[in-house]
Design a protein around this ligand. Structure first.
Ligand code: GRF
Length: 203
């Protein structure tokens, strides 16, 4: 399975995918790692792993949609069969995303549908939730709104902070995302107008 990954930051989720592939657990080929930040650590990781990289500067484009169109044209040109958003911090134009329905997933650090958007750990703490978690979902035009195909859960402790939650959750994300990509690579998880996991529709 040929995958392209988009990341805006350090790329720890990308690193987890590469490690799973190197351990022979993930039958994937990385065809591109793209970013909206030329300084993103994810691009350095990709270079070290010999993966083609692409950094597009949003400031070089007249508007957001022009940036998104160029980025997705380059992803298509890479031959990617699956797009993985892993710490990509931009909202993508709905029409551009629509072209990748069923072929793009995102990992989000909350138990969707709780806390779409930003600052999820803080919102979880402020709400006094007993548990927190991460979700992998298919990307649709609705921000963090597509069908959730898998989640990881962690308990929230009385002494937890945003930082301690984020760290504990990241360790779970690094297992969850490779597991979902593996399910897609093996055909267990697929899209035929809706997400189907082991033969059962996922809403
Ligand atoms: C992670 O919390 C992930 O859930 C979110 O971005 C954060 C950083 O990811 N999407 P990474 O370390 O850059 O992979």
């Amino acid at each position: 399975l040929r995958i392209a990954v988009l990341a805006s930051g350090r790329g720890s989720n990308l690193a987890a995918l590469i490690a799973a592939r190197d351990a022979g657990k993930l039958p994937v080929e990385f065809v591109l790692v793209g970013s909206d930040k030329a300084s993103a650590g994810a691009l350095r990781l990709a270079e070290e792993a010999g993966i083609p990289t692409l950094a597009l500067n949003p400031k070089s484009y007249p508007d957001r949609t022009a940036f998104d169109r160029e980025l997705f044209a380059r992803i298509a040109a890479s031959g990617a069969e699956l797009l993985v958003l892993a710490g990509f911090m931009r909202v993508i134009d709905g029409a551009v995303v629509a072209g990748w329905e069923g072929r793009a997933i995102n990992i989000h650090p909350s138990l969707l549908p709780r806390y779409p958007g930003l600052h999820t750990h803080r919102r979880c703490l402020e709400a006094g939730d007993a548990e927190h978690g991460a979700s992998v979902h298919y990307v649709t035009a609705e921000l963090d709104g597509g069908p959730v195909v898998a989640q990881a859960r962690i308990p929230v402790g009385a002494n937890d902070t945003e930082t301690s939650l984020a760290e504990r959750l990241l360790a779970e994300e690094h297992k969850l995302l490779p597991a979902v990509v593996g399910a897609i690579a093996s055909g267990r998880l697929r899209w035929n107008g809706e997400a189907v996991f082991d033969g059962r529709p996922v809403t």
